[in-house]
Ligand binder design. Sequence first.
Ligand SMILES: Cc1cc2nc3c(=O)[nH]c(=O)nc-3n(C[C@H](O)[C@H](O)[C@H](O)COP(=O)(O)O)c2cc1C
Length: 209
Amino acid sequence: MGLLESSAWRYATKKFDPSKKVTQEQVDKIIEAVKLAPTSSGLQPFQVLVITDQKIKEQMVPMSMGQRQVADCSHLLVFAAWDNYTAERIDNMYQVICEVRGQAPDTYKSYTDRLKANYLNKPAKENFEHTARQAYIAFAYAIAMTAELKIDATPMEGFINEEVDNLLNLSDKGLKSVLLLPIGHHAEDDWLVNLKKARRPQSELATYI
Ligand SMILES: Cc1cc2nc3c(=O)[nH]c(=O)nc-3n(C[C@H](O)[C@H](O)[C@H](O)COP(=O)(O)O)c2cc1C
């Protein structure tokens, strides 16, 4: 399927069939799409936690406004972003870039110095807002990939972030939860599965100047 076709096929699944599972190979493809998403300065300031532990998934339901998708899905992807930028995090990524490209370790020093001068002087809250925005970009890639694989998914920000952070000990990893993406296959009686996709017309979305 092409991107438009798969985007028209997908929908925000309201009810999963818990007996239908996604394979590890499919999960790997979704994570690969996350990996390939563009991010500001290439820093990829986030992680995806892939949860299959049923006890943890059930614990997430009350934290997710009672939305059962987090428990009934096959895999629950939690997108968590860096709680702040640090010199070490910036240097680690640029070390990777230099190694992959076979470049000298100080190739990007003036650029990373500018990044540090910018981010390290800002409050953690402001930096987290920036890292979270990067997570949203990767999230969109993951949604597109699930659709391409004909896997159902529910993009979700309807959950209590602090409670999920505590449950998953995210602060120990320097992370904060941003988004959830339960993936799997819909239940036959999901009320939304056969309803038409409703969107504003292109003429309202795009302005040609
Ligand atoms: C950032 C974001 C957060 C969302 N949060 C929820 C959510 O918590 N629960 C839910 O059922 N759907 C959630 N949705 C799904 C949207 O309601 C849905 O994508 C929108 O109505 C368009 O419908 P479609 O995805 O079926 O095409 C969310 C979507 C996005 C992009």
